[in-house]
Design a protein around this ligand. Structure first.
Ligand SMILES: [Zn+2]
Ligand SMILES: [Zn+2]
Length: 363
């Protein structure tokens, strides 16, 4: 039975507040919506923290990726969060009330086909959707997630700050582990450039340092470079100020970096990345500009550079990311806002004048 303040005798409220994207006019509003009812393969989570990912801004921009984003009815934004289990569906094996969880955002895929083993956005049996991009995401107090996406967070990890692990963190971790797999096993004398030292980049730097690599951080923002240094980068450069940065990187590293992980959404930043690399260097494509990238075919055919890709991955990889982050004390830097300050947070993200990740901390 509902009480005056909307709570039921079963302790859960019936309504909640959510930061929702309105596709009609591409605006964001804080709306009151019902608490979701879970299906047998779902878990209801009380969100503790949700953070903003740069790709959330794709809702507001045109894209050439062929992605269908933000159509139809208003839906809750956000695809990066963590929280505590409040209700478990019958099929959600191995989870119980009170568990601390993080999770991935693709739903309505089968999780089992060949495509799902690489990335379940491309499931051939289901109709994959991204929570926070086309259906309700996590800038709301309670959300329903698929148990197949969920990973338990160790008790001694801080829920308030670990939300960024569940998109930026696992993307950075996968980019680093996919890069490391291509490099000689001598991290101490192996140089990796991280292009873009914001939300994703500052975590990529921490993972690389945990593996023992030498790191060069590159960003156009002074704040991001401060964060890069705090995250352990050996050298940092701002191409706007250090106009000879390519020459200097090549001097410091001998002949150029062994690998460069580009997490930016900037085509010009990608165009200059091959120059940072030595012969047969790895160019890891991680950030997603809205327009196609161009590289010299000869650079690729002659193996001057090796172009690879990485992304947020699948649940087994997320599990490894959480384990590694726990073991090595990886700390996402998050600036917290209240749900009511959502628009302010969005504007700050758009301005690029922020360090680390921006997020909402719920009560
Ligand atoms: Zn993301
Ligand atoms: Zn599938």
């Amino acid at each position: 039975m509902a009480t005056m303040n909307g709570t039921t005798n079963g302790h859960l409220p019936t309504k909640q507040r959510a930061a929702q994207f309105h596709p009609k006019d591409k605006s964001v509003h804080i709306n009151e919506i019902p608490i979701p009812t879970i299906k047998p393969d779902e878990i209801l989570v009380k969100v503790r923290a949700a953070s903003l990912c740069h790709s959330d801004l794709m809702l507001f921009e045109p894209n050439e990726q062929g992605l269908v984003l933000g159509e139809g009815d208003p839906f809750t934004m956000g695809h990066e969060a963590c929280g505590t289990v409040v209700e478990v569906g019958d099929e959600a094996k191995g989870f119980k009330k009170g568990d601390k969880l993080g999770w991935l955002p693709i739903v309505d895929c089968c999780f089992d086909c060949e495509e799902c083993q690489i990335h379940n956005l491309y499931c051939e049996r289901g109709e994959s959707k991204v929570q926070g991009m086309t259906v309700d995401g996590y800038f709301q107090e309670y959300c329903a997630i698929k148990w197949r996406n969920a990973v338990r967070i160790p008790d001694d990890m801080d829920l308030d700050t670990c939300a960024p692990l569940f998109c930026a963190g696992c993307t950075a971790f996968n980019a680093v582990t996919d890069t490391v797999a291509e490099l000689p096993d001598e991290p101490n004398s192996t140089w990796v450039a991280v292009i873009g030292c914001g939300g994703l980049g500052h975590l990529a730097i921490q993972y690389l340092k945990a593996y023992g690599y030498r790191v060069v951080g590159i960003d156009l923002s002074a704040d991001a470079l401060t964060e890069a240094t705090a995250s352990g980068a050996d050298h940092v450069f701002n191409p706007k100020i250090d106009t000879d940065y390519i020459k200097r990187v090549r001097e410091i590293t001998g002949k150029g970096c062994h690998a460069a992980i580009n997490v930016t959404n900037s085509v010009p930043a990608y165009s200059s990345t091959p120059q940072l690399l030595r012969m047969n260097g790895v160019l890891m494509v991680t950030g997603i500009p809205q327009s196609p990238l161009q590289f010299q075919a000869m650079d690729i055919s002659m193996n001057r550079i090796r172009v690879r890709g990485s992304n947020n991955g699948t649940t087994p990889r997320l599990e490894k990311c959480v384990g590694f982050s726990h073991e090595h004390g990886i700390r996402p830097r998050v600036t917290q806002f209240k749900l009511d300050e959502f628009e302010e947070m969005l504007k700050l993200m758009e301005s690029g004048k922020h360090k680390g990740r921006l997020g909402v901390l719920f009560d």
